[in-house]
Structure formats: C-alpha cells, structure tokens
Design a protein around this ligand. Sequence first.
Ligand code: FAD
Length: 294
Amino acid sequence: MTALSGSRTGARVERLPLSRFTTIGVGGEAEVWTVSDHAQLAEAMAAPYRILGGGSNLVVADAGLSERVIRLSGEFAVTDLSPGPESTQGQLITGWVGGGVPLPGLLRRLRQAGLSGLEGTVGVPAQVGGAVWMNAGTRYGEMFGGLHTLEIATPESVRQLSPSELPWGYRDSAIPRNHIVTRVRLKLSYSTPEAVGAKMDFADLARKGQPKMRTPGCAFKNPSDGSGGKVSAGQLIDAAGLKGSQMGQAMISPDHANFIVNLGGATAADVHALLELIREKVGIRLELEYELWP
Ligand SMILES: Cc1cc2nc3c(=O)[nH]c(=O)nc-3n(C[C@H](O)[C@H](O)[C@H](O)COP(=O)(O)OP(=O)(O)OC[C@H]3O[C@@H](n4cnc5c(N)ncnc54)[C@H](O)[C@@H]3O)c2cc1C
C-alpha cells in the first residue's frame, strides 16, 4: 500500500490492491479515492474513474486498473431512517441513506425496527448504491421496490429524481455506467420486527445451497430455453461434469456449479481460466453475470 499526495479537498488517496474490496478476493492495484462529501467526490470524478460498491459482482484483473477507483464513505455511508415530511400513518419515507451503506447492515436495522419493503434483497452482499445501480434482488423483491428518491452524481451535476423517471427492470436500471448513486430515500411500510424477520428468513431459505466461501456470486445468467423459459446455468455446468473443477486456487463450487470460489490465493487469471473452461464444455452461449474490470 502506498499513500499518495493528498487531494485538494481532503479525499483519501491511496494505491491499494482491489483484492481487499472484492468478495472473491482477487484484483490488482489501483488509485483508490475514498470520498466523504460532495466536494471530494467532484474532485475524484475530475479524471477517468470507476465507482466501487461492495465488490460483490466484480472480478478485477491481476494487473489492476489505470482509472481511479472511487469508494463512498463519510456522509455517503450514513443511514437516516427518521420520517420525512411525506410520510403517512402507514408509510415511512426515510431521510437519506448513503450509497456506501452496506445493504446487509441496513436490512438488520429494518428488521429490528419492523420496517417492510426490502426483505427480498436479504443476503445480497452489496452496498446500497451498487444494489440500486443494478436493481439487485431475488424473486421475493428488489431494490427499486423500496425506493422513494435517488440522488445521482456525475462530473457535471448532482440530481435528485424519483424512480418513476428511470426505466428499470430485471437486475437492471437505466442509470448509466459511472453515474454515481450517492444517496437514496426509502419508501417503507410500518410492520413488526417479527413479520419483517419472518419474510427475510423465508427469502433467505433459497440461499441454503449457496457456497459460504469467497465468491462474486453467480457466474452466468440463466440462458433461454428457446421457448420463452429459462434453463438453469448451474444445472448445465453440473451436467457438463464441471463441479469441483479447479484452476490454480479457484474452483467451481461442489455445492453449486454456477459459483466460482476462491480456495485462498486465487488470481483473476485462475477465475478467467475456469470461465473459459465452462464456456468451452457447456457448448451453448452463456452470458456472464458478473463484471470483469477492466
Ligand atoms: C454470495 C453472493 C450472493 C449474491 N446474491 C445476489 C442476489 O440474490 N441477487 C442479486 O441481484 N445479486 C446477487 N449478488 C450479486 C451482487 O451482490 C449484486 O450484483 C450487487 O448489486 C452488487 O453490488 P455491489 O455494491 O457489491 O457493487 P460492485 O460489485 O462493487 O459493483 C458492481 C457494479 O455496480 C456499480 N456500482 C457500485 N456502486 C455504485 C454506486 N454507488 N453508484 C453507481 N454504480 C455503482 C459498479 O461500478 C459496478 O459497475 C450476489 C453476490 C454474492 C457474492
């Protein structure tokens, strides 16, 4: 790790291995800008950049990145669940929740407070901003279901908008790449900790077969079956006999074939080699679920 000369606005600028920030634990170095307010963010966005969330959908190259990598902290990592003026007796419109807030921690707070609306996103190891950017969720609910307002920063402007101004769909939103979700206000209903907890526990049951090791989540999207339905990518990989296949320290999970896990010390090259092996052996075109940086 190398500390670089400080930024004009006080952002923390360091050269760091991105393996520290990705859930698979791979990735070379980049200039990491940790920003705490809008002035620091504006300075960070003045040169080519990428925005990093929880790193739970990324495989970063071993050679690292030439662009700056921005991480949200400070005022972008604060959770204000107090009722805004638009709240009604049954509905809570919260204060601002930062894009850099870890989603699992936010959900724990909603559970304790008996606030309903985001239960379907339980178990997604993202930050709020990353989860909004790609409308993360499960069959039990998704991020956009609980949004009231979004704040989005670009090098040119900071705008507040309603989700109805943005088309969004399955694991997708119309927020362009590198438009940064800095904060959101949530639209939740008042319930009880027991009822919210029961919904979260139910949604979480679907994760029983998922591996507990370091991973960037599902590797491939489920492809079309040609007649309007989907085929399970995991079952295709399993049927090709690939469960447990290993390249270096990366392995196709023996528990769930659509997950590549890090056995400890895996590199991005190991992960890429496994992705190639799957594509070659499965024989049909599989679309990658996670992002490769660069
Ligand atoms: C064990 C495991 C289980 C998972 N289960 C699910 C699941 O059930 N459902 C699901 O949908 N996903 C799931 N995922 C995938 C992942 O959690 C989601 O894709 C999540 O939305 C990624 O968010 P992140 O904050 O980690 O973003 P990152 O991985 O850091 O980045 C992903 C993309 O989001 C962009 N981004 C990050 N932060 C922001 C921001 N503030 N503003 C704008 N863009 C931003 C990045 O630039 C990048 O393009 C799982 C992953 C793992 C490891």
